[in-house]
Each structure stands twice: as structure tokens, then as C-alpha cells.
Design a binder for this molecule. Structure first.
Ligand code: ZN
Length: 153
């Protein structure tokens, strides 16, 4: 496995709409594994392929309850609202409040290429919505209010 460099806000890849994965083949599995390693190393809870310069619809999320490696994620149902703080590995040192759906249902392909349905709520729903935004070229700072920049020494 290998780690990628995480691109920062300002890089054009982060603003591109990512391309669907045609098939979860060996390359996509390797991408997922390396993205997970990159996310864990950066102490993140989620990472999208555009953040490592690869414009494909692949995300990894682990909020502490197990790793999700997903291709072509689509949110098929939104319910309720939550407003809470968010940050991003591509926008270091910045936090802001973002309104998200409280509960979502997501369909995707897992690392074996099987179709999966994920029911998520609270922070996990937030993380999945944040990562899906990355696939559409959207950063949380586009939606956030009360943005604060932490002092970085
Ligand atoms: Zn992010």
C-alpha cells in the first residue's frame, strides 16, 4: 500500500466533477486501499479520490465504526436536518458550520464491486455527504457559515 499526497484548496482537480467508475477492478481496489491508508495517516474520517488528484467517483469513510470504501455513491433519500462543525483535509485549519441532512440512504458499489445500501445518520451521514460533495467539485467552505480559521504556527 502507498500513501497519496492530499491536494489543497486551489487545486483545479478539487473543482472538477469526478467520473463514474466503470468497474471495481484491481486498480480501483488499490486506489481504495491507498486512499484509506492516506485518510488514516492524516487522522481524517473521510477522503474522496479528487483530494488525491484522481477524478473518479470513489470515497472512503471511517468515523470509527469501520471502513467504507465506495464507488459511484448516490444518495437516494434525505431526511431531517443537522447543523454542525465540519473540516476538511484539503482545507487545513478551517472549520465551519454546515447544514446537512440528518439521515441519508446511499447506494454504491463496495470494494468487491457489490451493490450496497447504506443507512446513516448523524455524524456518519454528515461525513458521507461531505465526501459526495467532493465528487461534484464542492468544498464544505462553499456551504459553511461561521467559518473560523485556526491559528497555525
Ligand atoms: Zn473534505
Amino acid at each position: 500500500m502507498a500513501r497519496y499526497q492530499i491536494l489543497k484548496k486551489g487545486d483545479p482537480v478539487l473543482r472538477r466533477e469526478a467520473k463514474p467508475v466503470r468497474e471495481v477492478n484491481k486498480n480501483i481496489k488499490t486506489l481504495m486501499a491507498n486512499m484509506a491508508e492516506t485518510m488514516y495517516h492524516a487522522n481524517g474520517v473521510g477522503l474522496a479520490a479528487p483530494q488525491v488528484g484522481i477524478s473518479k467517483r470513489v470515497i472512503v469513510v471511517d468515523i470509527g465504526d469501520g471502513l467504507l470504501s465506495l464507488a459511484n455513491p448516490v444518495i437516494v433519500n434525505f431526511e431531517g436536518k443537522q447543523n454542525g462543525p465540519e473540516g476538511c483535509l484539503s482545507v487545513p485549519g478551517v472549520v465551519g458550520n454546515v447544514v446537512r441532512a440528518d439521515k441519508i440512504v446511499m447506494t454504491a458499489l463496495n470494494e468487491n464491486g457489490d451493490e450496497v445500501i447504506i443507512n446513516a445518520e448523524g455524524f456518519k451521514a454528515r461525513a458521507l455527504q461531505h465526501e459526495l460533495d467532493h465528487l461534484n467539485g464542492v468544498l464544505f467552505v462553499d456551504k459553511a457559515t461561521e467559518i473560523e480559521t485556526e491559528q497555525r504556527v
